[in-house]
Design a binder for this molecule. Structure first.
Ligand code: CP
Ligand code: NVA
Length: 301
């Protein structure tokens, strides 16, 4: 695996291979089995947006693999002063063995990979959040024992999370149903991809989407960079909260996932959040294991 830029670039089999390695690394970590598979290797991490989970899990992960991280934020580097990504890519490639980037435009991540000569990992763009969805799929498989044939539903904004869940879910054989208001649907590129699957459903009715779902997922209504639209979005997404009424549509043993941070009382009720906390925080932990698998697959092979 050369890079992880978006799940659209991966086959279902490649996704499953990453999940299998993630399970193995999780087992080894839990049992104190050292796995210095990236001994001495340096991961450069670029953050042009805030982060808690991605920041910490990547740094801890590369350390557990025997490597180390160098962190650049747009504020404290020339990136924030407008140095072209094409130049940053060629410079960093001479210092580090791999680059993780969290930024706005997907084109920036693609350019980093094109101009640099080391593996690039997408730690979230406006378009997608592949690392998160690998962790989500890992978590679902851990609790349900399988992915194929399960129904995943996503209620909310046609954002980076919805995009990656549609692609990742369909590629591994899940049925995917999404509910979003008119005007907040996923981009055409994602809808074109999903068109090829009979088991994809797009609706503006959350109750329909949640019907008989095994996994119910949501994310914030206002993503990073959209803060000025908050009020407009709150109005548009009224009725799109994962609450007990909505969960009653799903299967009785349905599990909830949320990439976090969560806004209780907006996209998810406090009751549903707490009732599913064991799944949601395992999902957060699995960021570490899934990303270590991505680091090994990209920087180690
Ligand atoms: N879910 C997620 O990516 O969290 P952070 O923004 O804290 O990294
Ligand atoms: N959709 C959210 C995900 C945060 C992890 C955002 O982009 O802000």
């Amino acid at each position: 695996m050369k890079h992880l830029l978006k799940l659209l670039d991966m086959s279902g089999e490649e996704i499953i291979e990453v999940l299998n390695l993630a399970d193995q690394l999780k087992y080894e970590t839990k049992h104190g089995i050292e796995h210095h598979r990236l001994k001495g290797k340096c991961l450069g991490m670029i953050f042009e947006k805030s982060s808690t989970r991605t920041r910490v899990s990547f740094e801890v992960g590369i350390n557990q693999l025997g490597g180390y991280a160098v962190v650049l934020s747009s504020d404290g580097s020339q990136i924030g002063r407008g140095e072209p990504v094409q130049d940053t890519a060629r410079v960093l490639s001479r210092y580090v063995d791999g680059i993780m980037i969290r930024t706005f435009g997907q084109d920036e991540v693609e350019a980093l990979a094109e101009y640099g000569s080391v593996p690039v990992i997408n730690g979230l763009t406006d378009f997608c959040h592949p690392c998160q969805v690998l962790a989500d799929l890992m978590t679902v498989r851990e609790f349900k024992g399988t992915l194929e044939g399960l129904k995943m539903c996503f209620i909310g904004d046609g954002n980076n999370m919805m995009n990656s869940l549609i692609v990742g879910g369909l590629k591994v054989g899940m049925a995917v149903s999404v509910a979003c208001p008119e005007g907040y649907r996923p981009p055409q590129e994602i809808l074109d991809f999903a068109k090829g699957y009979d088991c994809f459903e797009l609706t503006d009715d959350p109750m329909t989407a949640a019907k008989d779902a095994d996994v119910v997922i949501t994310d914030v209504w206002t993503s990073m960079g959209q803060e000025e639209e908050r009020q407009k979005r709150e109005a548009a997404f009224a009725g799109y909260c994962i609450d007990e009424k909505l969960m009653a549509q799903a299967k009785e043993d349905a599990m909830v996932q949320h990439c976090l941070p969560a806004h209780r009382g907006e996209e998810i009720s406090a009751e549903v959040f707490e009732a599913h906390a064991k799944y949601i925080f395992e999902e957060a932990e699995n960021r570490l294991h899934a990303q270590k698998a991505v680091l090994v697959k990209t920087m180690g092979e």
